[in-house]
Design a protein around this ligand. Structure first.
Ligand SMILES: [Fe+2]
Length: 348
């Protein structure tokens, strides 16, 4: 009797202990879930104060806080890869087609099915499988100093190999993802043989050394040290809006030549494979690609929204362009071959 009582009591104690343990477990899980639902950890290659304003706006709308971890694009990708399934990241934001494709090939993104993202991001600017989505567009036209080079000579990137540009053309170096994606664009449209001829002619025109910064290169066009260059418009926009009077005056001498079609690259993002809060992460991407927030995200760096031209007066002053038909996915897929051809042609 006593024995059975004891056993029964022990049994009840055991049950109680098990109950409180599982209750504790449940409480912990619920708390974690609540926290996870309220925070989205973003690994970002961008560092603009206006981005933080947008994230704050997202928090006001949804209650989801954004924890921003900034770094250089390649470092963020490498960190995500190293952390693997244990990474706290929910969203990766990075610049350039090839980086998005590389992150996808490293299996860092999970596919997202979102009607809003499909509606707001044109099909050529997102992964068909939903792994990543463009959030801004960055156009890379030719920029000319008309005192050095007649802008009418240049209608396509192909014209950069014209002999009139000998010694007057300035380009970014081969390691620049911008140069690589530009070449991948031409390669996708024109094929290997034409691209090889184009590269040979163009590289022969380049005023060496190749530049390691678009800002310095656009300044050099304004100063007349370069007759023409290929650069992202936001660098020119930045100089035009600079507090530095010399930069501003030089930038005014630069003419944007919209070659047809114009190469377009992107800032893009995706939900990470490791995300503990993929729902919150998806909501953030939907917010950032929405027409209103998307313009803010683009505007932070004088980039173009994924749809339309936006209301940035400096970009408006450049006019509009016909964007390349080449998709961001194709740019990424062609990257390796493009770099090989650049190397063979002597692009330093
Ligand atoms: Fe840039």
């Amino acid at each position: 009797m006593i024995q059975s009582l004891f056993n029964a009591r022990a049994f009840r104690l055991g049950l109680a202990a098990a109950g409180s343990l599982s209750l504790l477990g449940a409480v912990t899980t619920v708390t974690q879930a609540q926290n996870r639902n309220q925070v989205v950890n973003v690994y970002s290659g961008r560092h603009y104060n206006t981005d933080k304003e947008l994230y704050a706006q997202f928090t006001r709308q949804t209650g989801i806080r954004v924890n921003l971890i900034e770094g250089k694009d390649d470092e963020m990708i490498e960190r995500l890869r190293r952390e693997g399934a244990n990474s706290p990241a929910d969203v990766l934001v990075t610049v350039d087609a090839a980086r998005l494709i590389r992150a996808q090939e490293m299996n860092l993104f999970r596919p997202i099915n979102s009607a809003a993202l499909k509606r707001d991001v044109p099909a050529n600017l997102r992964d068909p499988g939903g792994h990543w989505f463009a959030l801004t567009r960055r156009a890379r036209p030719v920029m000319v100093n008309p005192a050095q080079v007649n802008p009418n000579l240049i209608r396509t990137y192909g014209d950069l190999s014209r002999k009139e540009l000998r010694g007057k053309l300035c380009m970014r170096d081969r390691s620049s993802v911008y140069s690589q994606s530009l070449t991948a664009d031409v390669l996708q449209r024109a094929g290997k043989a034409t691209t090889e001829r184009w590269l040979t002619g163009m590289v022969a025109n380049v005023k060496q050394p190749f530049f390691t910064s678009d800002t310095t290169m656009v300044r050099a066009v304004g100063q007349g040290e370069c007759g023409a260059a290929v650069a992202n418009t936001y660098y020119l926009a930045r100089l035009l809006n600079s507090d530095n009077a010399t930069d501003k005056a030089n930038a005014r001498k630069v003419k944007v030549v919209w070659v047809n079609p114009t190469h377009v690259n992107v800032t893009g993002g995706g939900v990470t494979r490791s995300s503990g809060n993929p729902e919150g992460a998806r909501k953030l991407l939907e917010f950032l690609s929405s027409p209103t927030a998307g313009e803010g995200y683009a505007g932070a760096n004088n980039e173009y929204p994924v749809k339309g031209w936006g209301n940035n007066p400096t970009l408006r002053s450049f006019g509009t362009f016909t964007a390349t038909p080449v998709t961001i996915k194709q740019l990424g897929q062609r990257n390796r071959e493009a770099v090989q051809l650049m190397q063979q042609a002597g692009w330093k």
